[in-house]
Ligand binder design. Sequence first.
Ligand code: LMR
Length: 435
Amino acid sequence: MAAAAAELTPKTTLHSRFSYVSTRLACHRRVNLRPVPVSQNSRISCSVTSNEVQAPVALNIEDAKKKPECFGVFCLTYDLKAEEETKSWKKLINIAVSGAAGMISNHLLFKLASGSVFGPDQPIALKLLGSERSITALEGVAMELEDSLFPLLREVSIGIDPYDVFRDAEWALLIGAKPRGPGMERAALLDINGQIFADQGKALNAVASRNVKVIVVGNPCNTNALICLKNAPNIPAKNFHALTRLDENRAKCQLALKAGVFYDKVSNVTIWGNHSTTQVPDFLNAKIDGSPVKEVIKDTNWLEEEFTEKVQTRGGVLIKKWGRSSAASTAVSIVDAIRSLVTPTPDGDWFSTGVYTAGNPYGISDDIVFSMPCRSKGDGDYELVKDVVFDDYLWNRIKKTEAELLAEKKCVAHLTGEGIAVCDLPGDTMLPGEM
Ligand code: LMR
């Protein structure tokens, strides 16, 4: 899902859509751009060719020895096995976080360090990725982590090179991305952020744990996750997720409000598709207090129109009120997404996450990252839920969000190793934060 960290604000003023895309692309890759008329209709079109296929990068030995810098008190050595209180703890796990100096991370890191995500006997190492611009701020974040005296937080290292920071990562929470600037077309956003996620995919492929679990948060998160996994061929595609948990949480809240129940009574909520305004919050399969939502909320018009749109655009309404993208609730939903993978899913329930479609029981196109209902045994893995039903309303909406993702995929073909990118996006396609 979700909110892009605002720590990488674009510095360029945009003169026109095309000049921006071409300037930026020219800086980074050899590409040919074929301009198209700005708009006969409301679609965005561009064509990008690239000779750059995202082959994994081989590291030289010196690079392989490099370590991100440990920070302050976290450079001390200790032996967990030597202490009575800590000797029964699990083996330390490495958690990499990108966009680590941003607002979402600022909420997330302290939850991770407190033990409330991975459990009270799970020591953790935080490997924080910033940028040249944010590295000083990142030191400030690390200082606050030091001062918090979290017993389970045993290592913190910070750096700006993903090949250093992602080394041996068992979890990679990829939050850092550029927000869509004023006047920036979605095609440009896909390209700019796609490049970041292509690079990070390569870095994960080269240095992360072979079973690293990756949660992509930076927008547009579904397609960023697709780019990332395509650039990490040695890591199972199944390990990559796009965060749609915030959308699920938002949907649960709205259903609870309408039904007049507390939100813990709402279950089986699926978000289908893209983390964008085409996402489909599924009220057909959802339940309130164990009963189908449609039996409890009889106002079909509200469900089909108001509820659906409320969830789709919640991020934008929040930005209007608060002046910035959701951060705390996004961090909470990242925690929820991790917990859903490391604890068994309650009987009969499921959770939503954007996953790679390589065969699915619903008939959704393969080779995209699509949010679907999943269950987990708590081992970090998941399986798709089979017993869901569709009606025409739900299926038509699913087809729309699927079409959007297929179009986004074509826009980033130059970043997934699939050759020539042709971008023809529906003009109204938006992130939840844009209205
Ligand atoms: C959200 O859902 O709150 C964000 O993804 C919004 C945005 O566009 O940053």
